[in-house]
Design a binder for this molecule. Structure first.
Ligand code: DGL
Length: 266
């Protein structure tokens, strides 16, 4: 951690989806400025190999570190699943937070939730990062994991509800519906945009756990513990993307429901 309160927080994602984490961070920590890096030229990470995701993640953290961020949040669940400890070892003096531990730690406070569903990209689910972290906390948990790769393009098309969305949700989650869950972890940046549709699909009977919210809370705790909260002037948020700023701006509007400024190609 660089203990300068004025420095921005760095958030990286494979693309635009990490804006769900950005939104939660801004809600909880409005006095902080954020530098968001979306690796839009190389998205998706969810179908790539571990080595490639680590290499890309290292490049992303290196760039944010060079921009002087005081902490990094890996908003991408896939990168958090397979590259978090690798980049932490490469940057031992920088606080780097992933999205998996915060929600897993939250579940420690809810021991009555026993049957837990986890959904994410192919790599997130195949890595078993969520499953292993959950079982480490509570070996009694009954975990059902499922990759839902079509959810990402669905969300990027703005199809948050409606017939097609319901059909795709049913295709992936019918087994979870047949034997009801206590809670479902939305283990992908994009899935909070489907939160209502998924909640309704389960008839409102399954607690939906949003990793973005718990990650923002963890970031706030880390900054508070290190007396690193910004208490002075803040600079404007900036968005760095590796492909066209225009298409990022368009999808970002879908995610945030507002226009964004300061988008730079890197
Ligand atoms: N950001 C990714 C995640 O949260 C989803 C998109 C991708 O596959 O890169 O896992």
């Amino acid at each position: 951690m660089l203990f300068s309160n004025h420095n921005p927080i760095g958030i990286f994602d494979s693309g635009v989806g990490g804006l769900t984490v950005f939104a939660e961070v801004k809600k909880l920590l409005p006095e902080e400025s954020v530098f968001y890096l979306g690796d839009t030229a190389r998205v998706p990470y969810g179908s790539k190999s571990v080595d490639v995701i680590r290499r890309y993640s290292l490049a992303n953290v290196s760039m944010l570190a060079a921009l002087g961020v005081k902490a990094v949040v890996i908003a991408c669940n896939t990168a958090s699943a397979v590259a978090l400890s690798f980049v932490q070892q490469c940057f031992p003096n920088l606080e780097i937070i992933g999205v998996i531990d915060p929600v897993v730690n939250y579940l420690r406070t809810r021991p009555e939730l026993k049957r837990i569903g986890v959904i994410g990209t192919n790599m997130t689910i195949a890595s078993k990062a969520y499953q292993n972290a959950l079982l480490k906390n509570d070996a009694e948990l009954d975990i059902v994991a499922k990759s839902c790769p079509l959810f990402v393009p669905l969300v990027e098309e703005g199809l948050f509800e409606g017939e097609i969305t319901e059909k795709i949700i049913d295709m992936y989650l019918s087994a979870m519906k047949a034997k009801p869950l206590d809670a479902l972890i939305l283990g992908c940046t994009h899935y909070p945009m489907l939160r209502k549709a998924v909640y309704d699909y389960f008839g409102g009977k399954v607690e939906i756990l949003d990793t973005a919210f718990h990650t923002a809370k963890k970031l706030a705790e880390v900054l508070t513990e290190n007396s690193a909260l910004n208490c002075g002037q803040k600079e404007p948020d900036r968005f760095f993307v590796t492909d066209s700023p225009d298409s990022f701006r368009l999808t970002a509007e879908l995610f945030l429901g507002r226009k964004i400024e300061n988008v730079f190609h890197v």
